[in-house]
Design a protein around this ligand. Structure first.
Ligand code: BEZ
Length: 312
């Protein structure tokens, strides 16, 4: 490839060679370089020239924290409204409430079958969020959290949620069973049916395409994978021992994509370190060009990962 051409990723290798030459000037190849300097240079070169190969790589994986019930000055009445959350409301309610109960609704399955273009994705690159799909399985349950909204606040809270969930969700009223007591109450919840424009659906048996979409997507509310991880963490915390196969399988698949990128990032960094250990600047430049050429081909990273997997 000529130095002026863009590679398969649309990058111009000649810019990278220039950057490398600037970095190499900081090394005296005749003496052994201090390991901490090597580490800094490796990080610098990686972020300048190779980071863009891993657009979804992000080391930080925040921990979910289920929000705590705040003491409320408003006493409960029979006219209060209960709202059931089975998505982000499970770990965080962004409206005032006076009580909260853990439990489930029956006759539905929670699925990442709805596109998110305004929270965990964008219109150009939609993310995936949950909706409820009717189930014929008599055992089907969806676990979540019901929030009690004081009658004085219910119009304001419903208006807030109607706006928040405007991308395809509709209000429904269903029966909710409290986990500890087995008591039932009517709850309002938002469901996006397969009739809405953002319904994406998906296969029950092959969750890979949904996992890949979640791994690659970010929206105004944050990374799509964070939504998945928070929901899975919150379910384990609130309902230990309850297995949501669809949710936990997706979590496992997305974590596999994260691990793949982490492994590849580590391998590229060790190759860079090896370049800095060359015996002279010319050898280092040659090795760098080779690595750049390899990484210019999209298939290289896939093959590299497959070989690493085979060796393990
Ligand atoms: C939730 O539980 O967070 C939720 C799910 C779908 C629509 C609205 C809220």
């Amino acid at each position: 490839m000529s130095q002026k051409e863009s590679n398969e990723f649309g990058q111009n290798n000649s810019d990278y060679i220039q950057k490398f030459q600037n970095i190499v000037l900081q090394i005296n190849f005749s003496t052994s370089t201090n390991p901490s300097t090597l580490e800094t240079l490796t990080e610098e070169l990686f972020s300048e020239c190779f980071q863009s190969l891993f657009p979804n790589y992000n080391k930080t994986c925040p921990k979910c924290c289920v929000s705590k019930l705040q003491a409320s000055p408003i006493p409960p009445t029979d006219e209060d409204l209960w709202i059931f959350g089975y998505g982000s409301l499970v770990w965080k309610a962004d409206f005032p409430y006076i009580d909260r109960k853990q439990g489930y609704i029956e006759g539905y399955q929670r699925r990442f079958f709805q596109h998110s273009i305004d929270h965990r994705g964008t219109p150009e690159k939609p993310g995936r969020v949950v909706t409820l799909i009717p189930s014929s399985d008599p055992e089907a349950k969806v676990y979540g959290v019901a929030y009690r909204i004081a009658k004085e606040q219910k119009n304001e809270v419903l208006a807030h949620l109607d706006y928040r969930e405007k991308n395809g969700y509709e209000r429904n009223t269903l029966n909710f069973t409290e986990f500890d007591s087995g008591n039932s109450i009517d709850v309002v919840m938002y469901i996006a049916t397969n009739q809405n424009d953002s319904f994406a659906g998906g296969s029950e048996d092959n969750l890979e395409p949904i996992a890949e979409q979640i791994y690659e997507t970010t929206g105004p509310s944050g990374q799509n994978r964070e939504y998945l991880y928070f929901l899975a963490d919150a379910m384990r915390e609130l309902f230990p021992g309850v297995v949501d196969e669809h949710l936990f399988k997706l979590e496992e698949l997305v974590k596999q994509y994260e691990r793949r990128d982490q492994i590849l990032v580590d391998v590229i960094k060790s190759k860079i370190c090896n370049i800095f250990n060359s015996s002279n600047a010319d050898e280092a430049v040659d090795k760098f060009k080779c690595l750049l050429d390899d990484c210019s081909q999209k298939s290289y990273l896939t093959e590299l990962y497959n070989n690493i997997k085979c060796d393990r």
